[in-house]
Ligand binder design. Structure first.
Ligand code: BGC
Length: 735
């Protein structure tokens, strides 16, 4: 196994990129994620540990945030009295008396989630030390984090000072979420912190221990319990220090700090190497099914593993009450909220590589049906209407207003009111999961209710108008055009939704009659309601231009100004930003795949090949890719249409969105949907993985010319299959 294709490397310290790299090098285990901030801190850094489910709505803010938990990373060193620190201003790096950095390299092993950093540092005294930091978030025991620091005296025999701490004085960009009364504990060889969120009342407990040096506890500031140590290194001597941290919340246990103190003792007794071995073994199990091999394109191979790694560290393992936020657990963007990104982008690849994880994510929605029913009722509808942005409660948490613009004004955000396709997206993910897994228990107990009650919503939402059914005031995937009537994406997906609900009922009647009767009674699925669904399917308005043989994104779309997006190439910002908010909404510039998204989800059911190609050639040049969700979907559809050059361009773009930070916003967190999207583009697009009408697994590869081979695994109805698609002679055995 070539390490090169499994390792993300930062060579040389690049001060200006640190907040970007803090995101890329995030470690996590589906319980918490920790950005790759340095142990010793850095001016301008943004350290954050985010724990699934710990939201809080602070006074004075519009909506809840996923809360930055106390920081467990700090290990501060002095070398002969010189504080070890990397300096952000480039011209200061070489300037004593701070000491200076002679060498720097950081790497993340994607196969094991171990973050490694090596620094050669010269203290003001002239002594030189090699510092080798390592850390991981245990995948075997998700409550445990471990750090190892090797200090090697390369020149001289320096006096070393160590402070290993927990920092409770953290905030979300200045917004305080923790009550100021924290419990800080420092006794014997242990430190601990317990903190409570101000509104939601979640409690987090953290405890740390240090091995390899004798430490003295101290709690001087109230929020930073610290273990201190001092020792002298002889010339060439090496000392290894290990710090173990345990993390629990009141979502898991009744006494988070007590539990953490016990757990960290056990971890420390097990020792670093033994924890690491278990952790690596656990990672190996995930990669055994999730790895996709691309031969012939090392750059994309590494980027693809990077995307898979981030999906795997974000996906909750043992919790049905949390889901993956748009920015995973790697940054504060979108406040940790959950969008359709999960169901249509991140979750589907898990469905056939890690079905248990996909099921957990669907259960998150099942457990939030009450919130969705409340939202439907409050808006005057029946059934379940899921929130566009979701957190722990299941209530709508989309902010109604943007952050202040440069002129101080705020823009009204309509997605929470009008982006109602989210309910169908969830139904789609449930159906997709069931098709691939045949997890009948999930379907009959939980999934069916999700599909059916969201269908009930649509039955009450559509409007009988002009001798047909219409849906007004929607936002489709293209969020540049708000509150439009008859979004073709939404209307067509609603038809799919109602058709699927009826198919599902037929299946339940035959195969699970008890559940069928229960659901018919509890959801009010009367003959009259079902007849109404049939009627909607038959008479839903699907905007289509007969002359041009294309779907119309919404009536009136082509009456707006045409702005050819390719004319703005190359650019580092969206066309929307160039044109301005007000003008761009009056043009045909599309934020992201919309009709193209419909083609990805429904494939041939959308129309003939001719119509699909017409749609592609119409909408591709109008698309801004102002959302990171867009390029992967384009790659997927282009590959299916045989437009392999366009498909590769879009794929390359999508798979590098975070690595190259083209939009300059990766410091806010990874783009979860782009990560999931590229996996789908590869499998559904280039490899043509699909289920035929009879539910049989098929592939139909159309690979870029320079790819020799794509090899991947798929769980299909309980059995694991390995596909090996080769170019130019395609060989597709099912193992
Ligand atoms: C996109 C949405 C997406 C959200 C969160 C927006 O910019 O338009 O489709 O759900 O970001 O990723």
């Amino acid at each position: 196994m070539s390490r090169r294709l499994w390792t993300l490397i930062e060579r040389g310290f690049q001060p200006g990129k640190q907040r970007h790299y803090e995101t890329l090098f995030t470690i996590g285990n589906g319980y918490f994620g920790t950005r790759a901030s340095f142990e010793e801190g850095l001016e301008g850094d943004s350290p954050a540990t985010l724990i699934h489910g710990i939201y809080n709505h602070a006074t004075g803010t519009l909506v809840p945030d996923l809360v930055v938990a106390p920081n467990w990373l700090p290990i501060n060193l002095t070398i002969d009295g010189t504080p070890f620190q990397l300096i952000t201003k480039t011209n200061d790096i070489m300037r004593p008396p701070q000491g200076y950095v002679l060498g720097y390299e950081r790497s993340l092993a994607l196969d094991t989630g171990v973050l490694h950093r090596e620094v050669l540092f010269r203290a003001a005294s002239g002594a030189i030390v090699r510092l080798i930091f390592e850390r991981f978030a245990s995948l075997h025991n998700p409550h445990i984090a471990a750090q190892r620091l090797r200090i090697i005296a390369v020149d001289g025999s320096p006096q070393i000072g160590v402070e290993a701490a927990l920092h409770g004085d953290v905030s979300n960009h200045g917004v305080a979420h923790w009550l100021p009364e924290m419990t800080a504990y420092a006794e014997g060889d242990q430190i601990g912190l317990e903190a409570k969120t101000s509104q939601s009342g979640y409690v987090v407990g953290m405890a740390s221990m240090v091995c390899g040096v004798n430490t003295t506890p101290s709690e001087s500031s109230g929020m930073r319990p610290t273990l201190r140590a001092a020792f002298k290194l002889a010339a060439d001597e090496e000392r290894t220090i290990e710090k173990f941290t345990a993390i629990f919340t009141s979502r898991d246990v009744t006494e988070p700090l007590e539990t953490a103190l016990d757990a960290v003792t056990t971890a420390q007794q097990r020792g670093y190497d033994s924890l690491l071995t278990d952790h690596q073994a656990e990672w190996a199990k995930y990669w055994a099914t999730s790895d996709i091999v691309i031969e012939g394109d090392d750059e994309c191979q590494l980027a693809l593993r990077f995307a898979t790694y981030h999906v795997l560290i974000a996906a909750p393992r043992h919790d049905e009450n949390v889901s993956i936020g748009a920015k995973t657990l790697s940054g504060l963007g979108y406040k940790g909220h959950v969008f359709w990104d999960t169901e249509l982008f991140t979750l589907p690849p898990l469905t056939f590589t890690q079905p248990t994880l996909a099921r957990n994510l669907l259960m998150y929605r099942y457990h939030r049906l009450a919130g969705a029913r409340k939202k439907a009722r409050e808006n005057g509808y029946e059934g379940a209407l899921f929130p566009w942005e979701s957190t722990d409660t299941g209530d709508e948490t989309t902010p109604k207003w943007s952050d202040p613009q440069p002129d101080g004004s705020r823009i009204r955000i309509w997605t929470g009111d009008s982006e109602q396709h989210i309910s169908t997206d969830i139904a789609y993910a449930v159906w997709h999961y069931w098709q691939w897994t045949h997890d009948h228990t999930f379907l009959t107990r939980y999934g069916a209710e999700l599909i059916l009650d969201t269908a009930v919503f649509w039955g009450s939402r559509v409007e009988a108008k002009n001798g047909r059914f219409e849906i007004s005031q929607q936002i489709g995937p293209d969020e540049y055009h708000e509150n439009i009537d008859n979004s073709v994406f939404t209307n067509r997906m609603v038809v799919w939704h109602l058709e699927t609900a009826l198919r599902l009922l037929d299946w339940l009647a035959v195969n699970a009659s008890g559940d069928y009767a229960r659901l018919v009674a509890s959801l009010g699925l009367t003959d009259v309601r079902l007849a109404h669904w049939h009627d909607i399917i038959a008479r839903m308005y699907i905007p289509f231009d007969d002359a041009r043989q294309i779907h119309v994104q919404f009536p009136g779309f082509f009456d707006m100004e045409y702005v050819p997006v390719p004319n703005y190439t190359p650019r580092t910002t969206s066309v929307q930003a160039i044109l301005g908010h007000v003008r761009s909404i009056q043009t045909q510039v599309i934020k992201q795949a919309d009709v193209v998204m419909l083609m990805a989800l429904l494939g041939d059911a959308v129309g003939s090949r001719e119509v699909m190609l017409n749609n592609w050639h119409t909408y591709y040049p109008r698309t801004d890719h102002g959302s990171s969700l867009s390029p992967a979907v384009h790659a997927w559809v282009a590959a299916r249409l045989g437009l392999i050059d366009d498909a590769y361009d879009m794929f390359y773009h999508a798979v590098h969105i975070d690595l190259q930070d083209n939009k300059g916003n990766v410091h806010d967190g990874m783009h979860a949907a782009a990560c999931g999207g590229v996996l789908q583009a590869l499998l559904f697009g280039f490899c043509g993985l699909s289920l035929d009408d009879d539910g049989r697994l098929t592939i139909d590869p159309q690979l870029p010319e320079h790819w020799r081979r794509v090899k991947f695994n798929v769980y299909y109805r309980g059995e694991l299959h390995t596909f090996d698609a080769r170019n130019p002679v395609l060989d597709t055995p099912i193992a």
